[in-house]
Design a protein around this ligand. Structure first.
Ligand code: B12
Length: 220
């Protein structure tokens, strides 16, 4: 049977890719009013931004297009966040250390993950963007997280991820030598995961929440 929301999704994604801010926000309001899952709206927005990125690569958009895309996503998040906070709750008790690696300032996806983890009850230490490997290590030693999440969207971020993970794995603190490390970002794959020495790689935030839940229940 055809999915009745498929048409809405396609129109919405096209408006995000075309950077039609007004239409995007109107459609978000409509979709929320129809009771649609806010996570699906975020997924569609992510796909729209992926297409913005492709247009930038083809030189159909300039840097301003990426900036505008980011701004539209921020505005969409303002609309969906209250509903997510109401709908998705939990009583998890683990500590997650999170940050975007050195040289990379993309934080929309990381912030999204941070918000979802917080909704589920995790205690999130978010170090922000452009985080040097030494700062990750120092904070990890201080916070003693159950899971570490590194975000990165640039291909040049892989070396920063590797450096960060090498440093954490070489720590004198035995717990940090085995703490689960997840890398996240749109462009990742198994090869990158192996290259940087992470335990897991993911391309969406909700899977990140589920994985943290699984890892914590396994260790408790
Ligand atoms: C918006 C955007 C920007 C904005 C970022 C604003 C911000 N505050 O983040 C601005 C304008 C600043 C920007 C700058 C640049 N950008 Co940019 N940007 C994008 C764009 C269009 C969307 C990114 C985004 O926010 N997506 C939406 C979010 C929700 O998706 P996400 O980040 O993937 O996150 C999801 C998952 O990946 C996951 N996740 C993310 N992190 C983590 C972490 C963990 C632990 C887990 C579990 C999950 C997880 O959860 C999220 C939600 O489900 C992408 C295109 C794309 N394909 O993604 C290009 C893109 C990433 N940018 C790119 C480039 C080239 C740049 C610049 C170098 C441009 C320039 N010439 O200056 C600079 C780099 C600046 C820097 N040093 O970091 C390229 C990278 C190419 C490459 N191979 O390296 C891309 C792919 C565009 C393209 N196709 O060419 N960019």
């Amino acid at each position: 049977m055809p999915d009745p929301t498929a048409h809405d999704s396609q129109t919405f994604i096209a408006h995000v890719a075309d950077l039609n801010e007004k239409e995007v926000l109107l459609l978000v309001e409509e979709r929320l009013a129809q009771g649609e899952n806010p996570l699906v709206i975020i997924e569609d927005c992510q796909e729209g931004l992926r297409q913005v990125g492709e247009r930038y690569e083809r030189q159909e958009y300039y840097l301003s297009g990426l900036i505008m895309g980011g701004e539209i996503f921020r505005e969409v998040m303002e609309l969906v966040q209250p509903i997510i906070q109401e709908k998705f709750t939990g009583k998890e008790s683990g500590v997650i250390l999170l940050g975007t690696v050195q040289g990379d300032i993309h934080d929309i996806g990381k912030n999204n993950l941070s918000m979802l983890l917080t909704c589920y009850g995790f205690s999130v230490h978010d170090l922000g963007v452009d985080v040097p490997p030494a700062k990750f290590l120092q904070q990890a030693e201080q916070v003693r997280p159950n899971v570490i999440g590194l975000s990165g969207l640039l291909t040049t971020s892989y070396d920063a991820m590797k450096e960060t993970i090498d440093l954490i794995r070489g720590s004198e603190d035995a717990a940090l030598r085995t703490v689960p490390i997840i890398i996240g970002g749109n462009q990742l794959n198994e090869q990158v995961c192996q290259y940087v020495g992470a335990d897991y790689w993911l391309t969406d935030a909700m899977s990140g929440v589920r994985l943290c839940q699984k890892l914590l229940h396994r260790s408790s």
